[in-house]
Ligand binder design. Sequence first.
Ligand SMILES: Nc1ncnc2c1ncn2[C@@H]1O[C@H](COP(=O)(O)OP(=O)(O)OP(=O)(O)O)[C@@H](O)[C@H]1O
Length: 238
Amino acid sequence: MLSISGVTKKYGKMVANDNISFAVGDGQIGILLGPNGAGKSTIIKCITGLLRFTGRIEVNGFENTSQEAKRQLGYIPEMPAVYDLLTVSEHLEFIRRAYRMEDEAYTRELLERMELWDKKDKLGKELSKGMQQKLSICCALAHKPRVIIFDEPLVGLDPHAIKELKQIFRELKAGGASVLISTHMIDSVEDYWDVANIMMNGRFAATKLNDGSEGQSLEDLFFEITEGKADPQEGGNS
Ligand SMILES: Nc1ncnc2c1ncn2[C@@H]1O[C@H](COP(=O)(O)OP(=O)(O)OP(=O)(O)O)[C@@H](O)[C@H]1O
């Protein structure tokens, strides 16, 4: 369970997150949508402990900056940051040692699913941007976190990795983890989200639950909130 209560983050006088509260329950996939500058990366950086803020963030009941919260949290940043001089397999060994994880078979499985096993002896700096993104995903999942934050996870991935990652989202959900995905690619999340939050100007402008009922699509709601109308591509029939 990821729980955010009354979080406010200011950069100087600029309020990037204004008293934000939301939760992603066990076995739920939460989506964070919003135009550029809405405050999505800021709340993600607050959750992952990279920014100071006022309010409270809990990871499975532990304050987000605590060691226990960090043990249970996985974070895939928008820009992958791999170690230039560690090989792919050394990255995973580093994570296993840091989290005292014995399960080498699991990290091998992650590399195989992301088609990185045959690259296991390559250095971080020798990987393409997409390979670095895939390695970043493997590293973030290697310690089997219970709360996982993905910032634009599908950008730069090839079709196989996109398919595999969508399957991983479903497996994390089935395993009871809480998953939060920030994305601009609304159509890429249409089929597996549980709760979607649309941000505007540092606030939550709308929250929509995916309860299986027919009705307004997430995309139409997004355009209605952010531009005061439904998707212009749809011919304005809302
Ligand atoms: N380090 C910073 N110093 C000052 N202002 C910042 C800083 N980082 C972000 N901001 C401002 O905070 C607001 C929210 O930015 P944020 O990066 O959280 O938006 P975002 O929703 O992630 O945008 P995008 O979709 O473009 O990634 C913006 O107005 C941005 O200019």
